[in-house]
Design a protein around this ligand. Structure first.
Ligand code: AMP
Length: 187
């Protein structure tokens, strides 16, 4: 099994690249952001709980993630592995993921980090706001999401580096260029 984690700041292209990687390697693409957006648009109890948090650019509490992940894995068993996009985002989630992987007799194979500077991602996100109208893509919320990424999620790179799992990829260029860099690391 190939179990990959794709890290990168908001707007680094994680979603786009994860979908392409999932297709090429026959992996289940698990995007917690997409799962939450679906719950919100279906107005489920979970959606109602997380809507304001997401619109502010804060993180959903860790304890709401683990069952969601377990279900996402259970629903996708006929695959060669998983690519996690937007999860884990805190040290607690990383340690929960380790336990979850053990439950399924799996392990994280590699952590890919998309390296893009802040001004570039803010520029991209403002453009995405115009095109897609995502409710958490306005400048204040974007800056907040960047801050949350730096303080809560970036420390995970160290956590996984200590396990020797991290590869950093230049996240600037065309979608195809970046996809090619990623595939080289995965292969
Ligand atoms: P994303 O599409 O990955 O940028 O996620 C959008 C928003 O969903 C984030 O800004 C968070 O509010 C929430 N979210 C997604 N994944 C997680 C996670 N693993 N932990 C906490 N909150 C999350």
């Amino acid at each position: 099994m190939k179990n990959l984690i794709l890290f990168g700041p908001p707007g680094s292209g994680k979603g786009t690249q994860s979908a392409k990687v999932a297709e090429k390697y026959n992996l289940a693409h698990i995007s917690t952001g997409d799962i939450f957006r679906r719950e919100i648009s279906n107005e489920t109890p979970l959606g109602k709980k997380v809507k304001d948090i997401i619109n502010k650019g804060e993180l959903v509490p860790d304890e709401l993630l683990i069952d969601l992940l377990r279900n996402a894995i259970k629903q996708n068993r006929d695959v060669q592995g998983y690519i996690f996009d937007g999860f884990p985002r805190t040290i607690q989630q990383a340690s929960d993921l380790d336990k979850l992987m053990k439950e399924f007799n799996m392990a994280v194979s590699k952590v890919l980090v998309l390296d893009v500077n802040e001004e570039e991602v803010v520029k991209r996100l403002l453009k995405r706001a115009e095109l897609e109208g995502r409710s958490d893509d306005n400048e204040d919320v974007i800056r907040n999401r960047m801050g949350v990424y730096r303080t809560q999620t970036e420390p995970l790179i160290e956590y996984y580096s200590e396990k020797g799992l991290v590869s950093t990829i230049k996240g600037v260029g065309t979608i195809d260029d970046i996809f090619e860099f990623l595939c080289k690391e995965i292969d």
